[in-house]
Design a protein around this ligand. Structure first.
Ligand SMILES: [Fe+2]
Length: 329
């Protein structure tokens, strides 16, 4: 695998809109009032700008996540945990048949820097691509003023179990985030805690819904618990997952409230594999050989479990492990 190490460069400013254009390897990126335009030696592609920016900031924030992040059916990234592929049409049967697909591999830091540079230049004040579309401004139009605050919410580590003295600043009710409008009808009872004498101040419990209901981002881990390689994220979801995620391992979903509609396709060809509607209480495992995209008509709560064991992706890719977690019967 050739790793291309040249960094992103600005290659001029669009005089009509004020946005800069960029080159990363053999890809070029240009935006106008409505669209992102991507070109490579044998082809080109166009993506609606809201979708492009919502995908790009999540790809940065997730650290390229597990496996494939498709911004749409054509353009995206693949995480090799140290290096990252940037591809166009490489997992689209039509593009491959026509020979216009393209893929380049870069150090992860180079892609992160490129995506941050592009996002910073193309995002104006008043638009937050991590917010639900109904809760932020529009990304359309010419360049106004760049945002100066962080584009991506950074992770803050809890110093203690949430709710125990000294856990701040991560407790969301302590940071002043209000309950989201969609969860105003929920009751947020506090758990009863009966502690054996001598253990006061060491045992605690929280109402997790009270925390998720205050998340100000969508399709982005709001609270994460990591034990060894076991990763548990809870998130609030509204509108559509702005990327199509291609798994390199199983991924477990537990729908906590409301419902999400998932479209599932073959990872390599994009051919449809299924549609499921998950309602509160439903559990499913996304197999390691699919791509999936979720649609949440109303803000909902989702718990996602990942196995972060290094090298697991190679064991699935080689066929050593079946792409699904359980054999029934
Ligand atoms: Fe996923």
């Amino acid at each position: 695998m050739d790793v291309q190490s040249s960094k992103v460069v600005a290659i001029g400013t669009n005089p009509d809109t004020g946005y800069d254009s960029f080159r990363l390897g053999q890809f070029t990126f240009r935006r106008d009032e409505y669209f992102a335009h991507i070109e490579w030696p044998k082809g080109s592609h166009i993506i609606e700008i809201d979708r492009f920016l919502r995908a790009m900031v999540r790809d940065i924030g997730w650290g390229f996540f597990y496996g494939w992040i498709f911004f749409d059916d054509i353009f995206g990234t693949t995480n090799h945990y140290g290096t990252v592929d940037v591809f166009a049409g490489a997992y689209d049967q039509g593009c491959k048949d026509q020979g216009i697909d393209h893929l380049e591999t870069f150090p992860a830091e180079v892609v992160k820097d490129a995506f941050e540079t592009i996002s910073r230049n193309w995002i104006n004040e008043g638009y937050d691509p991590l917010s639900a579309p109904l809760e932020t401004g529009s990304p359309l139009g010419s360049k106004t003023r760049e945002r100066t605050d962080p584009l991506v919410r950074g992770f803050q580590s809890a110093t203690r179990m949430l709710g125990l003295e000294g856990d701040a600043p991560v407790r969301s009710d302590a940071t002043g985030h209000p309950i989201n409008r969609a969860f105003a009808d929920l009751e947020f009872d506090k758990p009863d805690i009966e502690c054996e004498p001598g253990f006061e101040g060491q045992l605690h419990a929280i109402n997790l819904f009270d925390h998720i209901a205050r998340a100000d981002v969508t399709w982005n881990p709001s609270f994460t618990a990591i034990t060894g390689a076991s990763i548990c994220c809870v998130t609030s979801e509204e509108h559509m997952l702005p990327v199509i995620h291609g798994n390199d391992r199983n991924e477990w979903f537990i729908q906590l409230t409301d419902e999400i509609h998932w479209q599932i396709a073959d990872k390599n060809s994009g051919l449809p594999r299924g549609r499921i509607v998950m309602k509160a209480g439903d559990v499913c495992a996304m197999p390691a050989d699919i791509r999936h995209q979720g649609f949440s008509p109303k803000r909902s709560m989702l718990m996602v479990m990942e196995n972060g064991t290094p090298g697991l992706e190679l064991r699935y890719a080689s066929g050593e492990l079946k792409p699904y977690p359980v054999d029934f019967g």
